[in-house]
Write a protein that binds this ligand. Structure first.
Ligand SMILES: [Zn+2]
Length: 80
């Protein structure tokens, strides 16, 4: 009984840490990123209201991230 309770706690902790990874690994998002990274500013505005990842931007990379999701390149969560 107590061991299954502990397991639930561990799974809950893992779930919190795994969630961003699962979002970043979503194959549907990969397609979205390819579309967003094409040099067509108007298309970006019409498809997904993405935000530039500040972490990648500091490294000279422009990576578009859907607000509330994690950057597919560096994994930093992008909000607002
Ligand atoms: Zn990034």
């Amino acid at each position: 009984m107590s061991s299954s309770h502990q397991r639930n706690e561990i799974m809950a902790r893992l779930g919190i840490e795994q969630l961003p990874v699962l979002i970043a690994a979503d194959p549907d998002d990969e397609n979205t990123w390819e579309q967003l990274q094409q040099p067509a500013p108007m298309t970006q505005m019409m498809t997904v209201p993405g935000r530039k990842c500040p972490n990648c931007l500091a490294k000279g990379q422009t990576v578009w991230v859907i607000p509330g999701k994690c950057c597919p390149e560096c994994g930093v969560p992008v909000n607002d």
